[in-house]
Every structure is written in structure tokens, then in C-alpha cells.
Design a protein around this ligand. Sequence first.
Ligand code: C2E
Ligand code: CA
Ligand code: CA
Ligand code: CA
Length: 277
Amino acid sequence: AAKRRGAGALAYDPAFDSGSARTISLLSGLRHAVDHHELRLVLQPKVALHTGHVEGAEALVRWQHPQRGPVPPMEFIPFAEQTGFIRTLTAWILDECLHTWRALASQGLAMPLSVNLSTRDLMDLELPQKFEALLQRHGAPSEALCLEITESAIMDDPARAQQTLERLHEMGLRLAIDDFGTGYSSLAYLKRLPVQELKIDKSFVMQMERDSDDAKIVRSTVDLAHNLGLSVVAEGVETPSHWRTLRGLDCDLAQGYLIARPLPSDAFAAWVRRWTE
Ligand code: C2E
Ligand code: CA
Ligand code: CA
Ligand code: CA
């Protein structure tokens, strides 16, 4: 892949000590990572619980640091958010994602790829124009992408989020609420947002067999989503028993280690072929 865009200007965040040695070193490390191909995307399938059909995949970023080895996203995504570097990172991820979508489509495996957007991405007033330019540049249809947004990103500035999401929705992009149940969201907003999908946070799924409250949360989330005409994805599906329980609750889609770990795109394509055989 060609060298892509460098680091953009960093937004100012008063709560963040941009002068500390650790910050400078992590930030230059991340810039270097984007420019020197230390980042890659992996894909994790989303499968229909009733038919077993692969309905799409979530793209997740991986950083292979030359000295430190793999750096988990939870160590650099929040940091990239704080410094504003997330916008550069998200632009790289989206570009990479559409290259991958095209490669899959050329093998007869066209499917929507879900990308995680952060609060800062969502607060970018130019986000809709950026998506228009991106899809045009790749000659990709809007159905190629689904955007995952957390409740907390939306509740940061609900009115602004709603406006941006409306525009993305008008462009034909699919929208999902991520980590549903962990944030503090308002059902009034949920009703008004143009989203098509709810993702139940893995903490509830992984506890639902041990904790009856978690089971109730899963059940009522599925009912709520269906009553609002949304489809529901359960994350963190790790055991056959999780699968059976969720299918019994009429949950639509499952994602988790039981089905597949997040895989590099070539391995993902091979996995889809084996799974659908
Ligand atoms: P997320 O969006 O909730 O992503 C799901 C996380 O659950 C991923 O962790 C995935 O590998 C993990 N997972 C999937 N199946 C299972 C399972 O069966 N059991 C368990 N225990 N975990 C499972 P990952 O890749 O480490 O990402 C962590 C978080 O980092 C993501 O949570 C997301 O918030 C963020 N993230 C990852 N990639 C990106 C990205 O490209 N952009 C942005 N903005 N955030 C990202
Ligand atoms: Ca996600
Ligand atoms: Ca999630
Ligand atoms: Ca999460």
C-alpha cells in the first residue's frame, strides 16, 4: 500500500498534558506506525443466529510495534482520542477498510464492514463530506460500510451527534450503537436516532448465564431493539451455550471467539469459504 496521509494538526485539549515525555513518544510512535505500515486491520465476522449466514464483519485495528510487540487498541485508541490524532487514524482505517472491501468483493465476498467511530470523529462537522469523498474515491457503495458509535460518544453532545448521524444515514450508511447498555443513554434519543443496529456489550453476554440480572438486560435489549425495528448483535459469544441462549432470545446476530477471532483479511476470506461450505 502506498504511504498515506501524515499526522494532521492536533486539537487542543486542556485536560491533556501534551508536553509530557510519554505523550510525545507515544504520539510520534503512532505517527510513525501510520506511515510505516505497523498498523493493520483484522476482521471479525457477524453471523445470523438462525441461519448461520455471514452478514458482515467488524474491522478492528492492530498495532505491531517493532520493539514493544503488539500494542492493544485499548492502550492507544483512548490516547489517540485525547490528542486528536484519532482523526488521522480513523481516516487510515476507513481507507484500508475500503481496500479490503474491494478485495473481498472481487472474490464474491462483498459484505458490509463495520468501523468504530470515536467521539472526536463524530464531533467532526465535516464528517459527512469526508465520507462522501471517501466512497467516491474508492468507487464503493454506501452499503460497504456500517459505522459503530458508542452511546457515550452520542451522549457527549446528543443534538450534534443526531445531526451528523442524520446526514450519514441520508447518504445510505448503516449505523450501529456499540456497547449498548454500558453507557448512560437515553431511550428518548435512541428512538430518534437513525440507527439500524444495536450491539449488546460483551460484559452482559459473558455474564448472562451466571447473573440473572444480566440475562434480563440481554432479553429486554433484544425486545427493545425489535420494538424499535432494529437488529441486535450480541458481542462476546464464546460458548455454544451462549449461542443457544441468544438464539432462544431471538437475538439476530452473534460475534465472538466461538465463531472466529478477528482475522487478517486473507485469513478472513478463507474462513468465510470454510464456514459457508
Ligand atoms: P469494541 O468495538 O467493543 O470491539 C470488540 C472487542 O471485543 C474487540 O477487542 C474484539 O477483539 C473483542 N472480542 C471479540 N469477540 C470476543 C469474545 O468472544 N470474547 C472477548 N472477551 N472479546 C471479544 P479489541 O480488538 O481489543 O478492541 C477493543 C476496543 O478498542 C474496541 O471495542 C473498540 O472500542 C476499540 N477499537 C478497536 N479497533 C478500533 C478502531 O479501528 N477504531 C476505533 N475508534 N476503536 C477501535
Ligand atoms: Ca465495535
Ligand atoms: Ca462493542
Ligand atoms: Ca467495548
